[in-house]
Design a protein around this ligand. Structure first.
Ligand code: SAM
Ligand code: SF4
Length: 371
C-alpha cells in the first residue's frame, strides 16, 4: 500500500540499536546464590515473561486462525497449573523477570487464570516487590470476571478490538460478539484496570476505515488504543509485505482527524510509540502505534516466552525454542531448568528478520506461541 508522506513519521522515534557488535561466545555461569540473568550475546536482558495459558480460542480472527480453528494441543501435552507456576516462580525469583503477561490463545478460557495470577503475585522479584501482572485477551466473558481477576492481583489489561462496526467485527472474528467486547472494556475500567489498553491490528482492505472511529471511541472511553502493524504470523495467504498498512499510513489517517503530538514519556522497551491526541470536540488522550514490521524494536526487546506446552522461546519469530516440560517431567532440578532457559535466551538473534530475504514464518501459529 502507498500513502502520502506525513510531515513527521510514526517511526521517527529513536531507532533501537543492539548493544554489542562482537558478541561473546559463552553463556555466563549462575551466581553463587543460584540466580541467573536471562541475557543474550548482544547484552539484552529479559525482564518480561509472556505466558501462553492455552492455544485454544473462542474467536477465529482471520489474521490469526483459519475458520475451522487449529488442531488444539492435547491436554496431557500442555503444562498443568503446578508446572506453569513452577516456571513462573523460577523466572521471577531466580532469573530477573519483573513482569508476567498472560496470553494465548484466549487466556480467559483457562479456568484457573485467577489462581495463576494470585500465585504469581505472591512471588518477589529481584527488586523485592511482587511482579507486575498483565493480561492480553479478546474480552469474551470478561464482564463477569474482571473484578475477580483484579482482586486476584491483575494489574493491567489489553483487550483486542479491531473494529467497532458490528458487521465488520463479525466478519473479522467470524463471531457476532462485538457487544460483549464493549461490555468487557467497560467492566475492566470499572474493576480499576485503568488505563484499559485496546489492541487493534490494521489490515489492508479490511479495517483501515476503522482507524479513526476506533481512536475516537477509545479517546471517549478513556482507554488507550494501540494500533498494531499486522505481522506474518497467521494464515500465510493473509500477509504480504507490499500490501501491509504501515505505521505511517495509520498516523497519516489519524492526523487528518485528530491533533497529534509525540508524547513526552520515554519509550524504554515499550513497543508502542505514544502520541498525545485531541479529538475535534476537545477530548484528549493517548494513542499508540506499534510498528513491529516497519520499525522493529528488537534492539530494546526484554521479552521471553513460555508456550502452552512448556517450551521457552527467545523471540515471537524464528523457530528457536527449548522444551522445559520434558525436562521437568523427567525430574530436572530447578538449576537444570534455569540453565536450559538461560541457554535459550543466549542464542537470541539481534532482530526478527521479517524484512530479510528468505524470512520464514515460525512453524507455530501466534496463538500457540502466545501473542
Ligand atoms: N486471544 C487474545 C487476544 O486476541 O487478545 C490473546 C492472544 S492474541 C494472539 C494476542 C494479540 O496478538 C492480539 O492483540 C491480536 O490482535 C494480536 N495478533 C494476532 N495475530 C496477529 C498478527 N498476525 N499480527 C499482529 N498482531 C496479531
Ligand atoms: Fe483468538 Fe486472539 Fe487469535 Fe483472535 S487474535 S483468533 S482472539 S487468539
Amino acid at each position: 500500500m502507498t500513502s502520502p508522506t506525513p510531515s513527521s513519521s510514526a517511526v521517527s522515534l529513536p531507532l533501537p540499536t543492539v548493544g554489542r557488535s562482537q558478541p561473546p561466545e559463552d553463556l555466563p555461569a549462575a551466581a553463587s546464590d543460584g540466580t541467573r540473568a536471562l541475557v543474550d550475546r548482544y547484552g539484552r536482558r529479559a525482564r518480561d515473561l509472556r505466558v501462553s495459558l492455552t492455544d485454544r480460542c473462542n474467536l477465529r480472527c482471520t489474521y490469526c486462525m483459519p475458520a475451522e480453528g487449529l488442531e488444539w494441543m492435547p491436554t496431557q501435552q500442555t503444562l498443568s497449573d503446578e508446572e506453569t507456576i513452577r516456571l513462573i516462580r523460577l523466572g521471577v525469583e531466580k532469573l530477573g523477570i519483573r513482569q508476567v503477561r498472560f496470553t494465548g490463545g484466549e487466556p480467559l478460557l483457562r479456568k484457573s487464570l485467577a489462581d495463576i495470577i494470585a500465585a504469581t503475585k505472591e512471588l518477589t522479584t529481584d527488586e523485592g516487590i511482587a511482579p507486575s501482572t498483565a493480561l492480553t485477551t479478546n474480552g469474551l466473558g470478561l464482564e463477569k470476571r474482571a473484578a475477580k481477576l483484579a482482586a486476584a492481583g491483575l494489574d493491567r489489561i489489553n483487550i483486542s478490538l479491531d473494529t467497532i462496526d458490528p458487521q465488520r467485527y463479525a466478519a473479522l472474528t467470524r463471531r457476532d460478539r462485538l457487544s460483549h467486547v464493549l461490555e468487557a472494556i467497560a467492566a475492566a475500567a470499572d474493576a480499576g484496570l485503568n488505563p484499559v489498553k485496546i489492541n487493534a491490528v490494521v489490515m489492508p482492505g479490511v479495517n483501515e476505515d476503522d482507524i479513526v472511529p476506533l481512536a475516537d471511541y477509545a479517546l471517549h472511553q478513556g482507554a488507550q488504543l494501540r494500533f498494531i502493524e499486522q505481522m506474518p504470523l497467521g494464515p500465510r495467504e493473509k500477509w504480504r509485505r507490499e500490501d501491509m498498512v504501515t505505521a505511517d499510513d495509520i498516523l497519516h489517517r489519524l492526523r487528518n482527524h485528530f491533533s497529534m503530538r509525540p508524547a513526552r514519556e520515554p519509550r524504554g522497551s515499550a513497543p508502542a510509540a505514544l502520541w498525545d491526541a485531541i479529538a475535534p470536540d476537545g477530548t484528549a488522550g493517548k494513542l499508540g502505534i506499534i510498528a513491529s514490521v516497519t520499525h522493529p524494536f528488537c534492539g530494546d526487546c526484554d521479552r521471553t516466552r513460555l508456550t502452552t506446552d512448556g517450551a521457552v522461546r527467545n523471540c515471537l519469530f524464528g523457530n528457536s525454542e527449548t522444551q522445559l516440560r520434558d525436562l521437568m517431567r523427567s525430574g530436572a532440578s530447578d538449576e537444570e531448568l534455569m540453565e536450559a532457559w538461560a541457554g535459550e535466551m543466549w542464542t537470541k538473534k539481534p532482530g526478527h528478520g521479517i524484512d530479510d530475504e528468505g524470512f520464514l514464518q515460525p512453524d507455530r501459529p501466534m496463538s500457540a506461541i502466545g501473542g
